[in-house]
Design a protein around this ligand. Structure first.
Ligand code: MTE
Length: 321
């Protein structure tokens, strides 16, 4: 999904997933970053970071899947989190610089009751559920992960979206002190305009599958998986599940997301998992489940068609890819 291939990436380890950003777009992004105001989180002692701390949740069997979960070690060491670099091992190696407490999430835009939530308050807003979801990356690999969270709709209904709200925009923290790849001096390839931004249509955001996520495998989210809070949208490619979010904004226009800005011909706003629509540079018909040898067939909407297909009734999914 990025730019230029880092020399140490082995093609056996990952599927081709790079964006050939034009040099110009990259320079413009770097310049914008240099000028952008930086939101700095207040420093917290590393001892306060609840890494690996248990997080209680009630398993919701309605969202279990038959496939066995991917090993915790793979879930936490094979990551995409470009704020730490583009190699799969970078986030696990470098994410100790992220400080998930204190942390706030601003919920604003077209809502009757805008609010800034402390993340611990946010975590207690609704009962925490464990849900096992498939995660399919646009690069062609997949995992099965027991997440902990509650439906994003629980939060959205509390802030009361107004009639003008049609989309939801999510923004990841912008802080080059915590995210090395956000530094203009970062050596290597950085692919994206920061902060990372994603978006959903309001009805997608309100869908019961869309999970505001605080943990995995019975523990609080490890930093490399998007601590302290992220969104998980299991029927879309993994990049639609933004990590370490600080803002949720209800807007009337389709948000310009990080990957759409980077390569609009390769990554669409919808990015629903769809084996019939290939990426311009590779097939999406099959996937490699991490921990398995044989590729398996990719399922329409990542296997969630029964639940989500009606959201797209009448839409041309080749055009709105
Ligand atoms: N969110 C942010 N802020 N930055 C990222 O680089 N990568 C995305 C998504 N969310 C990304 C992000 C991609 S491409 C994938 S596949 C998933 O996170 C990976 O989530 P995981 O590392 O928890 O498996």
């Amino acid at each position: 999904m990025l730019i230029r291939r880092a020399p140490e990436i082995k093609s056996s380890g990952i599927t081709d997933h790079r964006v050939y950003l034009s040099r110009r777009a990259f320079m413009a992004g770097a310049a914008a970053l240099a000028l952008a105001p930086v939101r700095r989180a207040v420093a917290a002692p590393a001892s306060q970071v609840p890494a690996g701390q248990p997080l209680k949740a009630t398993r919701n069997e309605a969202f279990a899947v038959e496939d066995p979960p991917t090993a915790l070690e793979s879930v936490t060491t094979y990551n995409n989190f470009y704020e730490f670099g583009v190699n799969k091992g970078d986030p696990a190696r470098l994410a100790h610089t992220l400080r998930p407490r204190p942390w706030t999430v601003e919920v604003d835009g077209h809502v009757a009751r805008p609010r800034r939530y402390d993340v611990d308050e946010l975590m207690r807003l609704a009962p925490l559920e464990e849900r096992v979801y498939r995660l399919r990356c646009v690069e062609g690999w997949s995992m099965v992960i027991p997440w902990i969270g509650y439906p994003l709709a629980e939060l959205l209904k509390r802030v009361q979206p107004t009639g003008q709200a049609r989309f939801v925009e999510f923004t990841t923290l912008l802080d080059p002190e915590q995210f090395p790849a956000q530094r203009p001096s970062f050596f290597g390839f950085s692919s994206l305009e920061w902060p990372y931004a994603e978006g959903l249509r309001l009805d997608e955001a309100l869908h019961p599958l869309t999970l505001l996520t605080f943990g995995l495998y019975g523990q609080v989210l490890p930093n490399q998986n998007g601590a302290p809070v992220r969104v998980v949208v299991p029927w879309k490619y993994g990049f639609k599940s933004p990590k370490s979010i600080v803002r949720i904004r209800l807007v009337s226009e389709e948000p310009r997301t990080a990957w759409v800005k980077a390569a609009p011909n390769e990554y669409g706003f919808y990015s629903n998992v769809n084996p019939a629509v290939d990426h311009p540079r590779w097939s999406q018909a099959t996937e490699r489940r991490i921990g398995e040898f044989r590729r398996r067939k990719t399922l329409m909407f990542n296997g969630y068609a029964d639940q989500v297909a009606p959201l797209y009734a009448g839409m041309d999914l080749r055009k709105h890819f």
